[in-house]
Structures are given as structure tokens and as C-alpha cells.
Design a protein around this ligand. Structure first.
Ligand code: ZN
Length: 117
């Protein structure tokens, strides 16, 4: 599944209400597509920690157009499962990054050339 609208339609079938009730949350999950165009954009929000971040941003529940409270966590879990088939952790994604020298950070030396922490 790719487009946020498809996820929102799926939410409406699953939780009731209209597609538009869920679109903002699904758009948020896929926003990272705007600056990284292949599937790796998902590393930023498509994981357990991303689902909890969505809950902090959108609230514990939303009220759909039928007046029904729907947990944001359930909507996030649906999105990530539809894309990936499971809910990975941020560690699952980060552990796949190939380390590069610049990632280790800067090392500072004192006037005698000794490394400072
Ligand atoms: Zn997605």
C-alpha cells in the first residue's frame, strides 16, 4: 500500500466514519516521502516509536465523523502494518545504516595533540 488516501480508506472501513477523518494522520506518516523518495523514507516514522509520536501529536484518540473515538495508536499500527507487514522498532531501521566516518562525530585534540572527550 502506498498512498495515504488508500490507508485512510482502509481506516474508514475498519473504524467507521469517512476517509477524511484519517487522512491527516496517514499524511503525517508519509510526509518523509517529500525529502526521500524511495521506501527508505519509512525509516523516520514507520516504527513503534513513530506510532507513539503520532499519538503525542494527534492525541490519544480522534473523534471520527460518526462521533466515535478511535485510538490514534490503532490508526498508526494499521498504517505501518499495511506498508511493512509488521511493526518494526526504530532500532530495526537504524541498525541497517552502514556507518560512515562523519557519523562518529568530531574528535577534538588539545594543544599537545591528545584527544579530548
Ligand atoms: Zn506509509
Amino acid at each position: 500500500m502506498a498512498h495515504p488516501m488508500k490507508h485512510a480508506e482502509s481506516s474508514a472501513r475498519r473504524f467507521g466514519g469517512k476517509t477524511e477523518d484519517y487522512l491527516a494522520i496517514h499524511n503525517w506518516f508519509d510526509e518523509s516521502k517529500s525529502f526521500f523518495t524511495d521506501f527508505r523514507h519509512r525509516a523516520l516514522r514507520h516504527h513503534a516509536e513513530g506510532i507513539f509520536l503520532a499519538e503525542r501529536i494527534f492525541g490519544v484518540t480522534i473523534v471520527n465523523s460518526e462521533g466515535k473515538q478511535v485510538p490514534v495508536r490503532y490508526i498508526g499500527e494499521q498504517h505501518v502494518r499495511e506498508d511493512l507487514g509488521r511493526i518494526p522498532t526504530a532500532q530495526d531501521w537504524l541498525s541497517q545504516i552502514k556507518p560512515a566516518r562523519w557519523m562518529y562525530g568530531q574528535r577534538f585534540t588539545d594543544s599537545g595533540g591528545r584527544t579530548c572527550a
